[in-house]
Design a protein around this ligand. Structure first.
Ligand code: GYE
Length: 342
């Protein structure tokens, strides 16, 4: 076969079919600044968003901020330069976003904040926020613990340690606050120490090892601010020769966790995590729907909280009360675990 170059060099004109080009339809482009890939939750959030946009008429530009705010700010500026139609931001920490968001606003690009929140001088700097009530999650965990110890007739003093998330992240602020308040509210509870574990398994393990060295057999409860930290803490406890479990009276260390990812639920089924308070990472479809509506000219809700569950194998607590509301606790089963996709 002769190549086009040879044909043209022989002076033979190639005939190309002249079908009229379809009218150019600009695809709506969405820039997504993700925090990083620190946890199973985060991977599930990324997958949910990428999948939903792949199934949508929109083009998603994805940026991984590697857990650094400066990278996320850079990504926002790049999205502005690329003239995207929307920006989705999951902010690693709450503060420091004013100028980047102002630049997006001036460029006429609506910013949808998801999961963690931003603390800005002017709420009109972003179009909408959708995420979890992290303080409530923490309160539910603490209320469950209180009810559990009571039901089990545990009357000794309780020493707790906290492994926090990334300091300054909304999820950390809310969950730590709930722990601190609950410890203050119970005379016989002592919060021995809190340290950040950055939501990672490695850091969770490191912090727990330090706690075990420092406090030895004084610890009854460890409050992990996500599942990956809990996996690390569980490892550290088991390696130290102590047992994780729910039999606090006989020296088990009781582990509380958040997220309720598949592995987190599996460990709850094995009673290594006493109660796992859910935090949903499934933002994808909600975001596509929100953009569909905004494309139709609708204004999104400025603030939306996601409803979440709580799981334990312990059937003695059906619900916990926080202020005036009661929240169901789901008895964890194999079927629930099997249904959990992330
Ligand atoms: O709990 C943790 C993740 O912001 C709610 O971040 C999210 C938290 C989640 O790394 O696993």
């Amino acid at each position: 076969m002769l190549s086009a170059a040879v044909l043209s060099s022989c002076g033979i004109q190639q005939k190309t079919e002249q079908t009229p080009a379809p009218p150019k339809q600009e695809r709506v482009t969405v820039g997504f600044s993700q925090i990083g890939s620190e946890s199973d939750w985060r991977m599930a959030s990324t997958a949910s968003i990428q999948q939903a946009f792949a199934d949508s008429p929109y083009t998603l530009l994805f940026n991984d901020g590697q857990q650094k705010q400066e990278n996320q700010i850079k990504a926002i500026r790049e999205f502005i330069d690329q003239d995207v139609d929307y920006i989705i931001l999951d902010p690693c920490i709450e503060t420091g976003w004013d100028s980047a968001l102002m630049e997006a606003k001036e460029a006429g690009i609506p910013v949808i904040v998801i999961d963690r929140a931003v603390e800005v001088s002017d709420e009109s700097l972003y179009a909408a926020w959708i995420g979890s009530d992290f303080y409530l999650e923490g309160q539910r965990a603490m209320k469950w613990l209180e009810a559990y110890l009571k039901k089990e007739g545990y009357e000794e003093p309780v020493n707790l340690v906290g492994i926090q998330g990334t300091i300054g992240a909304t999820a950390q602020i809310g969950r730590s606050r709930a722990l601190e308040e609950a410890a203050n509210a119970h005379e016989d509870w002592t919060l021995l120490e809190e340290q950040p574990g950055d939501y990672t398994e490695a850091k969770g393990k490191e912090v727990m090892e330090e706690y075990l060295r420092k406090y030895q057999d004084k610890i009854q409860v460890v409050y992990c601010e996500n599942d990956n930290e809990a996996y690390g803490a569980i490892d550290a406890i088991q390696e130290s020769g102590r047992k994780v479990g729910m039999d606090v009276k006989n020296g088990d260390i009781l582990v509380l966790s958040f997220d309720a990812t598949h592995d987190g639920l599996r460990m709850a089924l094995e009673k290594k995590i006493a109660v796992n308070t859910e935090c949903s990472p499934l933002y994808g479809k909600r975001l596509v729907k929100m953009i569909d509506e905004m494309e139709q000219g609708e204004l999104p809700e400025h603030t939306t909280y996601i409803e979440e569950g709580q799981f334990s194998t312990y059937s003695g607590i059906r619900a916990v009360w926080v202020v005036d509301n009661s929240y169901l606790v789901t008895k964890l089963t194999n079927e629930i675990l099997e249904e959990r996709e992330y």
